[in-house]
Design a binder for this molecule. Structure first.
Ligand code: SAH
Ligand code: SF4
Length: 309
C-alpha cells in the first residue's frame, strides 16, 4: 500500500498479522467432496470441506480446533477441545478454499456453513467478526451463510439481534429432553424449553430461517413415536428439518438408521406440514462427512515420529 505514508504502513505492520493458512493436505472424495487439512501457526490442525452439488458449491468451515461439547455421536467431540480459532483463521479457510476452488474446479463458493470442527457459538467474538467480514468484505449474502449450534442459548440470542439474515441450524437430534441429554451433554445447561424460547426470538426477529439438524441413529433416536414431538417443535418456530443418516465414527458401534426409516420420517413430517429433507451423505470415504472431522487424531496417527533424544 505505497499510497500510505511510511509511518502508517509501519503502524499497520506492527498492529496486524496477515494470516495465511498452511495447507497440510488435500483429499478429494469419489463424490467430488474436497477436504482440506490446515496447519495453524502454533501447530494445531483444523479441517474444512468443499461440497459441490449441481447448483452450489458449499464450504463447511471450522470455528474451533476441536470441541468441548462432547456430543456422543461426533468424532470432533471425542477428540476434545484444543483452542479457539481467531477471526483470521476462520476467514482464511474461506479465502484459501475459494482460491483452490477457482483454480481446480473453475467455480467459486456460493454458500458457507459453520458445520466443521467446533461449536461456533462458544467462540462468539471471532465468529461474529468473521460473519461481518464474509458478508460485507467478501460479499457472501447473509442468507447463504448458516451458523450451526448445538444449543448455546446466549449465542442464539445474540445472533437474533443482528440485522443480517444469517441462517441458524440447531443440532436437535432428539425432540425430548431426556433422550437429548443422552446424546448432548449441553442439554443439561441449556434444556430444550430454554433453547426453544431463544429460537422463538430468532424466528420473530425478521425473515430469519431456522433448520433443525436431526442425525438418525438406528435404535437410538429413530422411534416413530418421536415424530409427533418433533412436528410440534418444528411448527412452533417454522423450522425446516434436515434428516442426516448417522456417519459411523471410530469410537462407538452405532449405525445409521435404515434408509426406509429415514424416508418414513421425512414423509410423515412433510405430510404434517413440516418441510423435511434427507441430507445425502457426502465425502464419507475421506472422513469428510458431518461429525467425522478429527484433524488432530488423524494427524497424530500419521505424523512421522520425531527423532528421540
Ligand atoms: N458444533 C456445531 C457445528 C458442527 S457439527 C453443531 O453441533 O451444530 C455439524 C453437524 O454435524 C451437526 O448437526 C452435528 O450434530 C452433526 N454431526 C455430528 N456428528 C455426526 C455424525 N457422526 N453423523 C452425522 N452427523 C453428525
Ligand atoms: Fe461439538 Fe457439534 Fe460435535 Fe457436538 S456435534 S461435539 S457441538 S462439533
Amino acid at each position: 500500500m505505497t499510497d500510505l505514508p511510511l509511518n502508517e504502513r509501519n503502524a499497520l505492520k506492527d498492529s496486524f498479522i496477515l494470516t495465511e493458512l498452511e495447507k497440510a493436505r488435500v483429499e478429494v472424495s469419489q463424490d467430488g467432496t474436497v477436504k482440506h487439512l490446515w496447519c495453524l501457526s502454533d501447530g494445531e490442525f483444523i479441517e474444512s470441506v468443499l461440497i459441490p452439488t449441481r447448483k452450489r458449491l458449499t464450504l463447511c468451515i471450522s470455528s474451533q480446533a476441536g470441541c468441548a461439547m462432547g456430543c456422543t455421536f461426533c468424532a470432533t467431540g471425542w477428540g476434545g477441545f484444543q483452542r479457539q480459532l481467531t477471526t483470521g483463521e476462520i476467514v482464511s479457510q474461506y479465502s484459501a478454499s475459494r482460491r483452490w476452488a477457482e483454480h481446480h474446479l473453475g467455480t467459486t463458493i456460493s454458500n458457507i456453513v459453520y458445520m466443521g470442527m467446533g461449536e461456533p457459538l462458544s467462540n462468539r467474538k471471532a465468529v461474529h467478526d468473521s460473519l461481518s467480514i464474509l458478508n460485507q468484505g467478501y460479499a457472501v449474502g447473509a442468507r447463504r451463510i448458516t451458523v450451526s449450534t448445538v444449543g448455546v442459548v446466549p449465542g442464539i440470542l445474540e445472533l437474533a439481534e443482528r440485522p443480517e439474515q444469517f441462517r441458524l441450524a440447531l443440532s436437535l437430534h432428539a425432540p425430548i429432553s431426556e433422550l437429548r441429554l443422552s446424546l448432548i451433554p449441553l442439554e443439561k445447561r441449556h434444556p430444550l424449553p430454554e433453547v426453544l424460547s431463544a429460537l422463538k426470538r430468532f424466528n420473530q426477529s425478521g425473515g430469519k430461517r431456522i433448520t433443525f439438524e436431526y442425525t438418525m441413529i438406528r435404535g437410538v433416536n429413530d422411534a416413530l413415536e418421536l415424530i409427533a414431538p418433533l412436528v410440534e417443535l418444528a411448527r412452533s418456530v417454522e423450522a425446516y428439518v434436515n434428516l442426516i443418516p448417522f456417519n459411523p465414527i471410530p469410537y462407538q458401534n452405532w449405525e445409521p438408521s435404515e434408509h426406509h426409516r429415514i424416508k418414513n420420517f421425512a414423509e410423515i413430517l412433510n405430510k404434517q406440514g413440516v418441510p423435511a429433507a434427507i441430507r445425502e451423505t457426502r465425502g464419507r470415504d475421506i472422513d469428510a462427512a458431518c461429525g467425522q472431522l478429527k484433524a488432530r487424531a488423524l494427524v497424530q496417527l500419521e505424523r512421522p515420529r520425531e527423532p528421540e533424544d
